[in-house]
Design a protein around this ligand. Structure first.
Ligand code: HEM
Length: 566
């Protein structure tokens, strides 16, 4: 019976049935006495049968297509079709997640993925369950929902984000001198997390400096028309200070690199991925041709970083040799490379691996800049008054002096506001991980994926879930995290913005503190509203660019507060 239902769907798309529909039909047969009740399989069993049968069906179709093509003249179009069929049918004999139905071969789900990813995920999830596969840009990708997301994040022996990301965006070809990403992670973890307490003072000095520079005195209302750009200009100053240090971060050209490097890198990957439809490898080869011929979008940034850090490194090494133990090492990420004997052997200025340090700094910039500025741009006006009161209470206690780590920890309402902004700042799906198991991986739900498969996390499945998020999960509610007493930097099942497991973002503590200090200062100093009267909030999250959140639109008006916070 199942076979008949399946084949009917193949003849007429309108007759196509999902596992759930087949289950209902079989139950009807059982009710009519044509089948025993206990002979009706579960929906999950039917789903597995469909996956298996689909493979056999494709195998046969491929063989038939190839045989008939070999016997006759092989037209190019038919050959490509046969190859695509063959590629799909090679999907091993594993118990793979169901492949979501698509109408057009070669294109697969690419069009819906790009134009309405949210709808594609919702519908596929509803019909196929929380784990399913899509055919996007010439490759099968498996999408996992809320039940399986943390399995992928935690099993770092089986799934790797850097490998997955580089399959889609070959960053490693751009930052070619950065041989160890793990080292970069360790530096940020040890330096930022370990020393955050000591960095707080610098963080706020530089944030105040940046606010004065880019928002300034607003005696008359001042409209910021491009909030993401202004945010990026502001964030560049404290982040540059913490990464390249006090001596280097004031150069205009270095700050410009912090603001623009991410965009320079992304530019080369905006080539339309036409070749991916034949094979993703071909597209990758195509976009990296300029790199192989010596052109690299970050060459100028790399040269500039080296020209600025070189004299500073030489001076530090010289001082260290001269003063010995009496020398006090500056506190910045740059110094971490100088403390590493592999990068700076024998403390010899002539042996320093400058290319490696410059690429590592470039990688930090990409990891830190866009993520932090995008997350700090939420403007939900109804919260401003309450947040202002909390800010004033804290401000009264530190009496206008410097904020300490304890003061930042006491900004509880603001922390919840930031957490909710961060929760909703992620796209529909993301964090592509490559399966690096030896030949395949079996999920706890028994589905299996072959090694090299890209497994991508369905963020909306976690974000839209009432059990995980509480009532109205898709709406911005700054205080949904209050009861759980869970700070914005804490990794949790219902909060995926910083990833999870061993590779979770090591810069999250710095990012959250930076955003909080920035908002605290801004709320105390300015009355803030949207430019267009009547629009309370700038809507940011409902516009997507493929699976990614779209840019924030609309101006924000800043005006000095009439009452002076003291
Ligand atoms: C709101 C701001 C930020 C967001 C949303 C964010 C998000 C993320 C995410 C999702 C990952 C991947 C995690 C995973 O594989 O599970 C990551 C990795 C990373 N982030 Fe962040 N990040 C932010 C700020 C920063 C900052 C400020 C820094 C550095 C100062 C930083 C440094 C890194 C590094 C080095 C990695 C790579 C970790 C690894 O591969 O092991 N991030 N970040």
């Amino acid at each position: 019976m199942l076979e008949q239902m399946f084949l009917q769907g193949k003849i007429h798309a309108k007759d196509r049935m999902m596992a759930k529909d087949m289950h209902v039909r079989l139950k009807e047969f059982a009710d009519n006495g044509e089948l025993e009740q206990d002979e009706v399989p579960k929906v999950s069993t039917i789903q597995r049968w469909i996956s298996q049968y689909h493979k056999t069906f494709l195998d046969q179709a491929t063989r038939t297509a190839l045989q008939s093509n070999l016997g006759e003249d092989i037209s190019e179009g038919r050959l490509i079709l046969a190859v695509v069929f063959f590629k799909l049918s090679r999907r091993t004999k594993l118990n793979e997640p169901p492949l979501v139905y698509y109408r057009f071969p070669i294109i697969g789900h690419t069009w819906s993925f790009v134009t309405d990813c949210e709808k594609l995920m919702l519908e596929s999830r509803e019909k196929y369950g929380e784990t399913f596969s899509l055919y996007v840009l010439g490759q099968v990708m498996t999408v996992v929902g809320k039940e399986t997301t943390h399995e992928v994040l935690k099993k770092d022996q089986d799934f790797n984000f850097n490998e997955g990301f580089r399959t889609l965006v070959p960053f490693h070809s751009v930052f070619s001198h950065l041989t160890s990403l793990d080292k970069n992670h360790k530096i940020i973890r040890d330096y930022v997390v370990g020393k955050l307490k000591y960095l707080t003072s610098r963080l706020q000095k530089n944030i105040i400096k940046a606010i004065d520079l880019y928002i300034g005195e607003c005696v008359e209302p001042k409209v910021i028309r491009d909030p993401p750009k202004t945010l990026s200009d502001i964030i560049a100053i404290p982040i540059a200070n913490i990464i390249v240090g006090e001596d280097c971060c004031n150069y205009e050209d270095i700050l410009e690199t912090f603001k623009t490097l991410t965009h320079s890198v992304m530019k080369i990957f905006f080539v339309p991925p036409i070749l991916s439809f034949i094979h993703p490898w071909l597209h990758k080869q195509f976009v990296t041709i300029p790199l192989r011929f010596g052109w690299n979008p970050i060459s100028n940034h790399r040269k500039l970083i080296i020209s600025r850090i070189k004299p500073i490194i030489e001076k530090r090494l010289y001082d260290k040799k001269r003063l010995g133990d009496a020398w006090i090492a500056p506190l910045d990420a740059l110094q971490c490379y100088l403390d590493d004997p592999e990068t700076t052997p024998d403390l010899d200025p002539n042996n320093v691996n400058y290319n490696y340090i410059a690429d590592a700094i470039g990688h930090f910039i990409v990891a830190a800049m866009a993520t932090t500025s995008d997350s700090a741009t939420q403007n939900k006006q109804q919260y401003w008054q309450e947040l202002y009161q909390e800010a004033q209470n804290i401000n009264n206690q530190y009496d206008g002096n410097e904020l300490t780590s304890n003061d930042i920890a006491r900004m509880v309402k603001l922390d919840n506001f930031v957490k909710e902004s961060l929760r909703l700042s992620i796209g529909v799906v993301g964090l592509p991980h490559k399966c690096i198991s030896k030949s395949y991986y079996t999920f706890a739900n028994e589905y299996q994926v072959p090694s090299d498969r890209i497994v991508i996390l369905n963020f909306s499945d976690t974000n839209n879930d009432e059990e995980l998020q509480g009532p109205n999960p898709t709406e911005f509610n700054a205080y949904r995290h209050l009861e759980r007493n869970s700070p914005a930097s804490k990794l949790e099942r219902n909060f995926l913005t910083f990833g999870g497991g061993k590779h979770a973002c090591p810069g999250r503590f710095l990012a959250v503190d930076g955003i909080k200090v920035f908002l605290h200062k801004v709320i105390l100093k300015y009355d803030i509203r949207t430019e267009t009267k009547g629009t309370e909030n700038i809507e940011t999250k409902k516009v997507y660019f493929g699976p990614l959140p779209g840019p924030i639109k609309g101006g924000i008006v800043f005006e000095n507060r009439k009452e002076i916070a003291n």
